[in-house]
Write a protein of this length. Structure first.
Length: 225
């Protein structure tokens, strides 16, 4: 099948398209392509986004497969490259730039420049999505990205998800350790966090939000007689 033919019919989401901004005609700069970032890229591409800059220096491990829709044969592949491959599998016409490095104080300006140049050439806005799991780096990304792009931090833990516009996190430098420390990472919450983040950004919400999915479900559950 020719790669230059778009066969996707988006007519069934036309009303949603009219309500959401910052999805199409936007360059999506995703930092962290693990749990949330991977689902975020897939959902954005399926909604019609077509331009991405993906950043991640990690490789897929067996422990990632409980929440990422990837073949087991991809273990050992770079996460950003794996997401790029999946986006191109679903939407061959997408433009995806892959940076197989971790974001850091030294390179975040360069990475933002790459994403910003792409957005400028396409006359796009720039969305920065921080899906990293290191609070020190999150502070760096927030400081660098908040004034030059639409910044959103997404996070999850067990049944809780968070969407933030103003994520200048405080940490105790003496005791902080990066990375996840629990076994609560799962496919359901990570994919929901990505979807909620898209709606959060697309609806232009400014306040920071933490949502407990268990409380939400139990609070709206009506038992049938």
């Amino acid at each position: 099948m020719a790669r230059n033919v778009d066969l996707v019919d988006y007519s069934r989401q036309r009303e949603l398209d009219s309500r959401l901004v910052g999805i199409k005609d936007t360059t999506h700069f995703i930092l962290g392509c693990g749990g949330i970032g991977y689902w975020l890229g897939i959902q954005l591409a399926m909604l019609g986004a077509s331009n991405f800059v993906l950043v991640d220096g990690d490789k897929l491990e067996a422990s990632n497969l409980n929440r990422l829709p990837v073949p087991q044969t991809w273990i050992g592949h770079n996460k950003a490259l794996a997401l790029s491959n999946m986006i191109h599998f679903l939407r061959p016409l997408c433009t995806v730039t892959v940076i197989q490095q971790h974001a850091s104080v030294e390179n975040i300006g360069l990475f933002l420049g790459v994403a910003g140049d792409l957005a400028s050439r396409l006359h796009h806005s720039l969305n920065t999505w921080d899906c990293t799991d290191n609070a020190r780096i999150q502070k760096v990304i927030y400081k660098a990205a908040k004034d030059v792009s639409y910044y959103t931090k997404l996070g999850y833990e067990g049944m809780e998800v968070g969407c933030y516009n103003n994520f200048n996190i405080w940490i105790d430098e003496a005791t902080y350790q990066p990375g996840y420390r629990t076994s609560n990472a799962n496919a359901v919450t990570s994919s929901i966090a990505a979807g909620l983040g898209i709606f959060y950004r697309g609806l232009g919400l400014a306040q920071d939000n933490n949502i407990n999915l268990e409380t939400l479900v139990r609070g709206n559950y009506v038992q049938r007689e």
